[in-house]
Design a protein around this ligand. Structure first.
Ligand code: SF4
Ligand code: SF4
Ligand code: FES
Length: 480
């Protein structure tokens, strides 16, 4: 293990590490744009300069391997002057339109400018203009004037998603990031990671464009339910102290964006675009009224009716949701498991055009908690089979069930969160909360347990499945 000295202090390094990696791991901050721990070293932004003691010049730390006894300075006058000149170069033609840039508040160029430079562009010539709203793909817009040509986005598509969808064309101050003509960025299911990777506001999400300033938002840790990988994510929503009073109140309780929650055990720093689009799942029209045979009733009345149906049934069967949390699945098993025949249901399957699976993250099982459901309940539902003729009550928990499989004459209790025609056909329909309204855990296909937290409040007319199961199993009426 080589020992090196950073600003005179000895630190232990590992062979093969760069000075930048050792410095960051030991609490010495060195600025960087193009370097990323998961990408190859490009060494093109030059901001990560350090000075080797005894030399009169600055050199980049991201491409400097450690050697025994190496002594570097991260904050010498030579380094400070060098960083300042690099920032002047990077902002020479920069439009400085931070006031309208979605990256403002999270932009490394903005932060470093204030920390290490603070001076205006030196150029007396008009700034070189470039394309401002270049449609890089259906999801991503590129502002070439803000691009610092760090090549992180290009390397991501070559090394991580392997779509080879991006390149840099032309030379000098007319260099441009451009998409391959075969539109491979459109079909890259990981494309939106380049928006996070871009250290400046050059790559922007069309969905999030000009929707919110990031300092009005806060993230809630969560888990993507889009497949059995269970990537950990941050769901961004409006801070309560920045609540909008005069606009549509729904704006205060909606998903503004989703970003990865770095997790070495599950997804590293990446997620696929399905997680970015979670609002398409969670913000579908919600079912908020309980019903009996299509007629709205109070939640307690519906629970009591369902409880009576269960108490009277001779052969009840339950379709157990693979979108239930560990806590809910455990509650179901404890309260109803001995009373009903439980079949594990796959709530979601692959959607048209969706990638089935790959070697990076995406799994063929499009449900977040098949692992726990299958561990607790032995029998799997077979969607191609009708349910046994003697079944007289079917409890359907969650989506993905074909109600045509219910035996003639059997009663139906349906627990779900969204508006759909089947709700009105059930003998009893009970609306339940969704993941963004409760806390819980999912177990992914490799056995890793990840937690999700609530970001919004459920309506009082909507039940929490965990409490609901106890009420259904109770001998007498229980309020939830
Ligand atoms: S678009 Fe962003 S990530 Fe890509 S090269 Fe430019 S600055 Fe780097
Ligand atoms: S790989 Fe699966 S769990 Fe991860 S973000 Fe994509 S859909 Fe969600
Ligand atoms: S971070 Fe080292 S050159 Fe860009």
């Amino acid at each position: 293990m080589p020992e090196i000295f950073i600003n005179g202090q000895p630190v232990q390094a590992e062979r093969g590490q760069s000075v930048l990696e050792v410095a960051l791991a030991n609490g010495f901050y060195i600025p960087y744009f193009c370097w990323h721990p998961e990408l190859s070293v490009a060494g093109n932004c030059r901001i990560c300069a350090v000075q080797v003691e005894g030399r009169s010049w600055a050199e980049i730390a991201c491409n400097m391997p450690v050697t025994e006894g190496l002594r570097v300075l991260t904050d010498s006058d030579v380094v400070k002057e060098y960083r300042k000149s690099i920032l002047q170069l990077l902002t020479l033609n920069h439009p400085v339109d931070c006031g309208i840039c979605d990256k403002a508040g999270e932009c490394k160029l903005q932060d470093y400018h204030y920390q290490y430079n603070g001076a205006s562009s030196l150029s007396r010539d008009p700034k070189v203009r470039s394309t401002k709203f270049h449609a890089l793909s259906e999801r991503i817009v590129l502002d070439n004037e803000r691009c610092i040509l760090c090549s992180r986005c290009v390397r991501f598509t070559r090394e991580i998603s392997k779509s080879n969808a991006l390149g840099i064309v032309q030379r000098g101050d007319v260099s441009l990031v451009r998409a391959a003509e075969d539109h491979s960025l459109d079909s890259d299911p990981y494309s939106d990671n380049i928006i996070d990777l871009c250290p400046v506001g050059a790559l922007l999400s069309r969905e999030f464009l000009y929707k919110a300033r990031v300092w009005y938002l806060e993230p809630t840790p969560s888990v993507c339910p889009g497949c059995a990988r269970g990537c950990t994510i941050r769901i961004w929503h409006r801070k309560p102290e920045w609540k909008l009073n005069s606009l549509d109140p729904r704006l205060n309780a909606r998903i503004e964006r989703v970003t990865p929650l770095d997790n070495d055990e599950v997804n590293g720093p990446w997620i696929c675009n399905k997680a970015r689009d979670l609002k398409q799942i969670f913000e579908r029209p919600r079912a908020e009224r309980a019903m009996q045979k299509g007629k709205p009733v109070e939640l307690d009345a519906a629970i009591e009716a369902a409880r009576r149906l269960l108490a009277a049934a001779k052969h009840p069967v339950a379709l157990v949701s693979t979108w239930g949390s560990n806590e809910e699945l455990d509650a179901f098993k404890r309260t109803l498991g001995a009373r009903v025949d439980s079949l594990v249901k796959q709530d979601w399957g692959p959607q048209p055009g969706e990638r089935l699976d790959d070697e990076l993250l995406i799994r063929a099982d499009k449900n977040p908690n098949s692992a726990t459901a299958c561990a607790l309940f032995l029998d799997r539902d077979d969607p191609a089979q009708a349910l046994p003729e003697d079944v007289d009550l079917v409890i359907v928990w969650g989506e993905g069930f074909d109600f045509g499989r219910v035996p003639r004459g059997a009663r139906i209790v349906f627990l779900d969160a969204y508006l759909q025609p089947e709700n009105g056909h059930a003998d009893v329909f009970i609306p339940i909360s969704i993941q963004t309204e409760r806390r819980g855990h999912y177990t992914n296909f490799e056995g890793v347990v990840s937690a999700f937290e609530p970001c919004f409040t459920k309506k009082p007319s909507v039940a929490d499945a965990e409490a609901l199961f106890a009420a259904l199993a109770a001998p007498a009426k229980v309020r939830t």
